[in-house]
Design a protein around this ligand. Structure first.
Ligand code: FE
Length: 186
């Protein structure tokens, strides 16, 4: 793939498939992803983290691409699928942050007393499927992972990024940062 072509592909996936409703939330998947990236940028997150915020739910958009899924043989959740898919173009500061964003939710449910109360009903429902709050030994394992803190940061923006009608920059705003944090293909 030519330099930058993958960015076209990713932005195309987000703009095409992102119009779908976001599982019981009041925004579309695309609005959700744009808000999440916006919050990351507002928090002066590192470029790789902004990219991870924009792309964290891309796993939900790969169902139309069976060849990609088969190629990676992933049968984990959308976060595993996304990390595997993105790994051909991005390093672990992007892919691990994406992969851990669901674990980060289970982590926060165990470690932040007020956290569950702030989750949306749809997010509480999926929590049970995702394994529920982490057990203490899982908390320790999670905290030791190199990208755990970034994933927790992403998770907090993820939970906020469900605001109807919020005006935020569009997809093209993120083209430079996606190019900047891509592996060099040379
Ligand atoms: Fe999300």
């Amino acid at each position: 793939m030519a330099q930058g072509e993958h960015v076209d592909k990713l932005l195309g996936l987000l703009s095409g498939q992102g119009k779908a409703a976001y599982f019981g939330e009041p925004v579309s998947v695309l609005e959700h992803c744009l808000q999440c990236a916006y919050f990351a940028e507002q928090s002066r997150a590192a470029p790789a983290t902004v990219a991870a915020a924009l792309l964290h739910d891309i796993g939900h958009m790969l169902h139309g691409l069976p060849e990609d899924i088969a190629q990676h043989g992933v049968d984990g959740g959308h976060e595993e699928l996304a990390a595997a898919y993105l790994s051909r173009w991005f390093g672990e500061d992007v892919t691990e942050t994406v992969r851990l964003h669901v674990a980060a939710k289970r982590y926060l449910c165990s470690t932040d007393p007020g956290y569950i109360a702030r989750l949306s009903p749809a997010s509480i429902e999926s929590l049970l499927i995702q394994g529920g709050p982490m057990e203490p030994h899982e908390v320790a394992v999670f905290e030791a992972l190199p990208n755990a803190k970034t994933a927790v940061g992403l998770r907090r923006w993820d939970d906020e990024a469900k605001i109807p009608q919020l005006q935020v920059p569009g997809l093209e705003h993120y083209r430079p940062v996606l190019l900047q944090v891509s592996k060099s293909m040379g």
